[in-house]
Design a protein around this ligand. Structure first.
Ligand code: ZN
Length: 182
């Protein structure tokens, strides 16, 4: 990996850590939010063997616009137009009701760019792992089951871009299905 790429990845981690600094994950252990984007980029690198800069940067930044005060312009200013585009492709429109946003994720999955599919796939792996190991506080089994089945529908539209990530998702899904008897 070139020194320049390393520097840009570190800059993105630093930027995301600042933006998510006051947020926690929803699980009982209340892990720092930044653990999630770091896990997403780590899966992409190790499990998916992704070495392309744009999706790696977008993975680190993927929840900053959706969940913090970060603007798309800020992403562009620091990391360029292509990273902004990929981040925006995986950002839900929070002005819409949750049920509509979930439906749109299923509809958009097959038509987003390859880079956005890689980010989304690694994101869904991280979220599924969290559902198994540290589920959100207050979620009962049927809510978890509903989440898992919805995630499966989104991932169906993301297939064909990265075999390693898809296999990782499938083995977690099999575990989730047997855990929740789906
Ligand atoms: Zn995410």
């Amino acid at each position: 990996m070139s020194g320049l790429l390393t520097g840009r990845l570190l800059a993105a981690i630093h930027f995301a850590a600042q933006k998510h600094r006051d947020q926690r994950r929803k699980g009982a252990e209340q892990a720092p939010y930044i653990n999630h984007p770091i896990e997403v980029v780590e899966f992409m690198w190790r499990v998916g063997a992704v070495r392309e800069e744009i999706p790696l940067l977008a993975a680190i930044l993927h929840d900053t616009v959706e969940d913090t005060d970060t603007t798309p312009e800020e992403i562009e200013q620091h990391f360029g137009t292509q990273v902004r585009q990929v981040v925006m492709e995986v950002t839900d429109d929070k002005s819409l009701p949750k049920i509509r946003r979930k439906q749109l994720q299923v509809e958009h999955a097959p038509v987003i760019s390859r880079y956005a599919k890689l980010v989304k796939l690694a994101d869904k792996i991280s979220n599924l792992r969290t559902m198994l190991e540290s589920p959100p506080l207050g979620w009962n089994e049927s809510r978890l089951a509903e989440y898992i089945l919805w995630g499966e529908q989104v991932v169906a539209g993301l297939r064909g871009v990265n075999e390693g990530l898809e296999q990782e998702y499938d083995s977690l899904l099999a575990r989730a299905k047997s855990t929740f008897s789906l």
